[in-house]
Design a protein around this ligand. Sequence first.
Ligand code: SAM
Length: 343
Amino acid sequence: MSTSESANPPPPSSPPPEDTARDTAGDENPAADPPTQLEADVVDDNDSALGFSDEELSTASLRSSIREYNMLHGRGYHRDQTYFLPSDEDESDRLDLQNHQLLLTFGGKIHFALGADTAKRVLDVGTGTGLWALDFADEHPEAEVLGVDIAAIQPSFVPPNCSFEIDDLEKDWTFSRKFDYIFTRLMAGSFADWDRFVGQCYDFLEPGGWLEVIDPTLPACCDDGTLKPEAAINRWDEYLVKASKKLGRPFDAGSGHFDRVKAHGFVNVERKIYKWPINPWPKDPKFKEIGLWTRANIEGNLEGISTALLARGLELSREEILAFLAEVRAELRNPRIHAYWEV
Ligand SMILES: C[S@@+](CC[C@H](N)C(=O)[O-])C[C@H]1O[C@@H](n2cnc3c(N)ncnc32)[C@H](O)[C@@H]1O
């Protein structure tokens, strides 16, 4: 979605006018379009101890990255403990895997905003391991790309038009120059006040600038009744949302993005909806592959995604968390449950 273009003339590939806010399922890129309903494939029926030595522990304790961690159930979290996901090496691996999952989901596209290709100054909010910023900078050598994150998990070797900064973007922004494209991906659960965040984006975009927001929405969907209302997957979605709200950073913020950006005065607002099947249950090979990556991302990292929310937000013990996640994991592996999350 773009800011109003009062100060700048519209770009050559001018987007539709203000009154055409659209809610679509990826209609610009047929290769990436999800079908209306996914067809299921036929099913063929056929806590580890860390074990550090004293020496390793003392070495580890000297590493600055470890010093900044706050440990919970064996995972390293950002020191202020407001962010619900770990910030350790396993989480960096998960973010890289998720980057690939998103590339598959979007048919290889890394951006959708119409003004992205002509943007000169680009901000990647919550850049994580920086893969999106690096890819965008590679593809757009004329653009200056800045990735910002609270965690220092970005690579040191970067193309000349890409840089990273460590900063908390929930605070007042202090950038000396405005941007003409702000990109933010998978940040639901990171911000307490999304209205304030979208307001800061609006204020720090040049007239005619573009904002792109990508997030999953909860709960999981199912078109054929194979995901029962009482399913552990449904309870997982519900508990994560409940816990995140209790801790003040709603994990289901994605559901409100479309209305929120329109309310802030953005024009040419469009929502595209893609699907993440929970596992390779779909028949269509493209969605089967996305399902494989979704399973690797979510089921493969269930504890990392859930622990801080369930422990801090719902005060569940480690044993309670592990027992509950075992139920969720079993369903995430079950190809007879034809569920998916929307992104
Ligand atoms: C789920 S990750 C997504 C990373 C990246 N956008 C991507 O799509 O791969 C969310 C990122 O937001 C960062 N983050 C959380 N709260 C933040 C804040 N207040 N300011 C800046 N970054 C933040 C986290 O450290 C993490 O790297």
